[in-house]
Design a protein around this ligand. Structure first.
Ligand code: AMP
Length: 467
């Protein structure tokens, strides 16, 4: 079952569609909303680009409330519609409702904290127990993402499903979508969880990307090396993050030996000798509203984010362009939720999109302490159909990740770091500090980004036990 809403200057159109089935008996629709009651009239039927039939209803009402009408229709409601010929359009998912999170890591934890602060209940679903998200959620469901029955049961118990982990299988998102709205949609996951699909999408829509080739054979690899040159970065097409599944190759021989011991589908990217790495974390509401936190400057170590500084030290035209690209991507993908665009800024001042993350992002963690509305609260507002909040920055900030390596000589010296002023500690409740594992982060606020950077680095340094 599909449905969609289209806003025109004078009306709101509701589309209901189902593959090869015309739902002609489903009107008239009465819109029930605490603020107004509107009536609908049948508008048109047409076959959409996906081969499904859309039925459009024109809904009549007056005043700004109509234009702000936010819709959350579950398939169950549509089923009852066939009996009652009445459709209840819920304006927004309000505090007190239960929100579902697929995935259970630190991103879900910080989302759940924002949600509970605003009076929502949170359920999380992942294969694990005692997880960073589960520890602060109301209920933790442990199950395989492939257990679609369990996924449906989970989704039936919540008002909306969002995710903090984009590598859930497409079938999982689809199963959840049968029982609750999924925001952002599974279609966005499908694009962004596969590097070749993601880069192809960006290229086709005119966004600047790192030169790349899809590699599915040794022959492809040799062609890519001849066309894009060396050094290069060879990455797995899917399930790669934090540098996992990627290698910098400097010769064809090295490229071939990396190719020979990995999966059969990879992406070959030209090595970008960038000046710096930056990101734009942004959010888009159901009504198409857009918010961002400016440009954030990132430093990676061993392909893992180590430090983020906000605002980034980039010229105003680069800042404008990065935000415009991010906005274009969120609009093109019709994101409802948060999405991060990671860029390389080349030495000649050109921005290239490296990667998209259709959720809050590590580089946006500093928004919790430095901005009026954090990326997590904004994700919540977006997926609940609420107005987006102000992203005003209180003060410049810097965030340093705390990886498991910090524990190598024992428990870090927390008091030493916390003795520094304007510093906030966030820990994710993980009990096993493995090297490279994200255990928490520090955020420092200061009068300048430079000072915030210096303070957060010295705080991180001060907590390392000398063995
Ligand atoms: P990714 O998993 O694609 O985000 O890559 C992690 C990090 O590896 C990036 O943030 C860069 O620091 C580095 N990296 C990835 N791709 C390239 C590339 N094509 N050229 C240079 N460095 C790269």
């Amino acid at each position: 079952m599909r449905f969609g809403i289209k806003l025109t200057p004078d009306s709101l159109l509701l589309a209901i569609g189902e593959r090869d089935e015309i739902l002609g008996s489903y009107f008239p629709i009465r819109v029930v909303h605490p603020c107004f009651v509107a009536c609908s009239r049948f508008h048109s039927i047409h076959r959409n680009a996906f081969g499904a039939t859309d039925i459009l209803f024109k809904i009549f009402g007056t005043g700004p409330t109509l234009l702000r009408l936010l819709v959350s229709v579950s398939p169950c409601l549509l089923v009852s519609l066939s009996v009652a010929s009445t459709l209840l359009l819920v304006s927004a998912i309000l505090p007190g409702s239960t929100l579902g999170v697929l995935g259970s890591g630190q991103l879900g934890r910080m989302f759940a904290i924002a949600a509970r602060q605003m009076g929502y209940r949170v359920h999380t679903f992942s294969p694990d127990t005692d997880t960073p998200t589960g520890q602060v959620a109301d209920k933790e469901f442990a199950g395989s993402y492939d257990d679609l029955g369990a996924v449906r049961d989970f989704a039936r118990g919540v008002s909306v499903v969002t995710f903090e982990f984009e590598n859930v299988p497409a079938a999982t998102a689809q199963a959840a979508a049968e029982c609750a709205p999924v925001r952002p949609s599974g279609a966005i996951l499908h694009v962004t969880q596969h590097r070749i699909r993601e880069k192809t999408f960006l290229l086709q829509h005119g966004f600047p990307v790192t030169p790349f080739r899809a590699v599915r054979s040794l022959e492809d690899l040799r062609d890519a090396a001849a066309e894009l040159g060396l050094p290069a970065v060879l990455k797995t097409a899917s399930f790669g993050y934090d540098g996992k599944g990627q290698a910098t190759v400097r010769s064809l021989q090295e490229a071939e030996s990396v190719w020979n011991c990995g999966p059969a589908e990879r992406i070959y990217e030209a090595f970008v000798d960038f000046d710096r790495e930056v990101s734009v974390v942004a959010a888009r509401g159901i009504d198409g509203s857009f918010a961002h936190w400016g440009v954030i400057q990132n430093t990676h170590e061993n392909h893992i984010l180590s430090l983020s500084v906000s605002p980034a030290d980039v010229p105003p035209d680069v800042e404008r362009e990065a935000i415009a690209i991010a906005r274009g991507i969120l609009e093109q993908l019709e994101v409802v939720g948060a999405l991060c665009v990671e860029f390389f800024l080349t030495k000649s001042g050109k921005l290239l999109v490296n990667e998209l993350a259709p959720r809050p992002h590590n580089s946006g963690h500093l928004t919790i302490d430095a901005h009026v509305t954090s990326q997590f609260e904004q994700q919540l507002r977006a997926v609940c159909g609420l107005p987006l909040g102000s992203t005003h920055r209180h003060r410049p900030a810097a965030m340093a990740n705390l990886l498991g390596d910090l524990w190598s000589a024992g428990e870090p010296n927390w008091p030493a770091a916390l003795a520094l002023p304007d510093l906030k500690l966030h820990l994710y409740g993980k009990s096993e500090p493995r090297p490279g594992r994200k255990m928490g982060h520090l955020t420092a606020l200061a009068e300048t980004a430079h000072e915030a950077r210096r303070n957060v680095l010295s705080a991180r340094e001060s907590m390392i036990r000398k063995s």
